[in-house]
Design a protein around this ligand. Structure first.
Ligand code: NDP
Length: 480
């Protein structure tokens, strides 16, 4: 193999990379150390802001294979044509910890999928739980603040978590899932994924269906207790995923949908757009539509995982969003985060780049480099409307069916704090066996004990609202 010269960023060969240039053997460095200066300057800039949430994660490439044609519901390319394969990238993450935290935190796992469809990128930016702590996004920064490190001591402080939850009963269902035996996945391969949000599909007739996506691990569920998790190396889950793909043991998930018609949504007793609630399986059974397999590791973690930019606003023709208030806020917030964290042209980076042509008049900005792939970027016409037959114009055939306004259409802040926050958490508790109930209660009591009496009392009222056995067990555990 011919020798590969080490070069500077300008491509010129480097003659010396072991010793800086100095005035004499023991003397000061000189200004012609441009190689040294370039190395140090670039090194200073190796980091971009870490994500405020979902900072610690890993990802891999794979394939989605459609095993059920969904033309009845949608004309989305990835969901029509039996056997169709769509390339994808998945990033898994913990939520609350920074990049220096553990893979084995008791925390939801981010489960974000980017489908590179022929009609653009479709991102499902979900978690490993079917619900979330909030139904209203205005509480999101407060909630995350309460779960992260104490801002004074910079240490974990469970009392703050329970102080938030005691005063935010909408969190109760997700808190129960988090504290359950499923709260710490043993690996990223052994956990399910969920869109969590209600999304939608629409067909060529303009009919819309509300849809929840489920990704069921074919590896099965494996979880850890707090004690087991504490003994594992902090990077173990990332290592496990990487190694399994390297050795050809490709993890896979069955893709399933729950589908609700717009008519059913009008009368269903659960608000289908409430992110704190599931649709019970008996009412809306899971319909298997395909398989996801992860089969290729990244080659450059920073470029492909750290700079990966998922957004729930990345939808494609035939797929739509829903009035879920949390989702609506994320439609704005995710793009905003990536413009800050990665830059205005984050979507031009290889991992984020659509695999279909991109034609628009969003030009320039920091690090723009898409001039070779798009005629709009090398034209003297950088606006629409225009008279140029060869330049991009909108496609009215992809107009989404309009969304009806549901319920009373007065503009105001609607109080949802006192909706039913407890029935579904109670349902889950009642599904658990004795060992699962004991784990749940111990996990909660360990943190709740550190909160004040007032907070404990407020939490106890919530446990009673969910299930009296649940509350009695917690009460007992708090006195032990
Ligand atoms: P089902 O009995 O049909 O389903 C129960 C679901 O709970 C299964 O998907 C099961 O997953 C999952 N599950 C079991 N233990 C846990 C746990 N510790 N943490 C999270 N999920 C768990 O009942 P319903 O559909 O009526 O739902 C009852 C309750 O189950 C809900 O209130 C909710 O808390 C929970 N759940 C419901 C889901 C849904 O979409 N309906 C999805 C996930 C949880 P698996 O199949 O892997 O055993």
């Amino acid at each position: 193999m011919s020798k590969c010269p080490l070069t500077l960023a300008n491509g010129a060969p480097v003659a010396e990379d072991q010793n800086s240039i100095s005035a004499g053997e023991r003397g000061s460095l000189t200004f012609d150390n441009y190689h040294l200066f370039e190395k140090l300057a670039h090194f200073n800039r190796e980091r971009i802001p870490e994500r405020v949430v979902h900072a610690r994660g890993t990802g891999a490439y794979g394939t989605f294979t459609l095993t059920k044609d969904l033309s009845e519901y949608t004309y989305a390319d990835l969901l029509t044509g039996l056997g169709k394969q769509t390339q994808l990238f998945i990033r898994f993450s913990t939520v609350g910890g920074g990049q220096d935290s553990s893979d084995y935190a008791r925390d939801p796992r981010g489960f974000a999928i980017k489908f590179y469809t022929t009609q653009g990128n479709f991102d499902i930016v979900g978690n490993n739980t079917p619900v979330f702590f909030l139904r209203d996004p205005i509480k999101f920064p407060d909630f995350i603040h309460s779960q992260k490190k104490d801002p004074q001591s910079n240490t974990p402080n469970p009392a703050r978590m329970f102080e938030f939850w005691a005063n935010s009963p909408q969190s109760f269902h997700q808190m129960t899932i988090l504290m359950s035996d499923r709260g710490i996945p043993a690996s990223l391969r052994h956990t399910h994924g969920f869109s969590s949000h209600t999304l939608s599909l629409y067909n060529t007739k303009g009919e819309r269906y509300w849809v929840k996506w489920h990704f069921k691990s074919n590896q099965g569920i494996k979880t850890l207790t707090n004690d087991e998790a504490a003994k594992l190396p902090s990077f173990g889950a990332q290592q496990d995923l990487f190694d399994s793909i390297e050795r050809g043991d490709f993890p896979s998930w069955a893709v399933k949908l729950q589908i609700m018609t717009t008519e059913q949504a009008k009368t269903y007793h659960i608000n289908p757009f409430d992110l704190t609630k599931v649709w019970p399986h008996k009412d809306f059974p899971l319909i298997e539509i395909g398989q996801i397999e992860l089969n290729k590791n990244v080659q450059n973690y920073f470029m492909e995982v750290e700079q990966a930019a998922f957004s729930p606003a990345n939808v494609v023709p035939g797929v739509g969003v829903s009035p879920d208030k949390m989702l609506q806020a994320r439609l704005l917030a995710y793009g905003d985060a990536h413009r800050y964290r990665v830059g205005a042209n984050a979507n031009q980076l290889e991992v984020n780049r659509p695999r279909c042509p991109v034609h628009n008049f969003q030009r320039d900005g920091s690090m723009a480099q898409n001039h070779l792939s798009s005629r709009e970027q090398i034209s003297d016409v950088n606006f629409y409307p225009h008279e140029q037959a060869h330049l991009a114009t909108p496609s009215p055939e992809y107009t989404e069916p309009p969304l009806p306004i549901l319920g009373e259409a007065w503009i105001k802040a609607y109080d949802s704090q006192h909706e039913d926050n407890f029935s579904q958490a109670g349902d889950l508790f009642r599904l658990m066996n004795a060992d699962q109930k004991a784990q749940l209660v111990n996990n909660i009591a360990g943190g709740l004990k550190q909160a004040s009496q007032l907070i404990q009392d407020k939490m106890l009222a919530q446990f009673y609202a969910a299930d009296s056995e649940y509350a009695e067990m917690i009460k007992q555990a708090l006195t032990n």
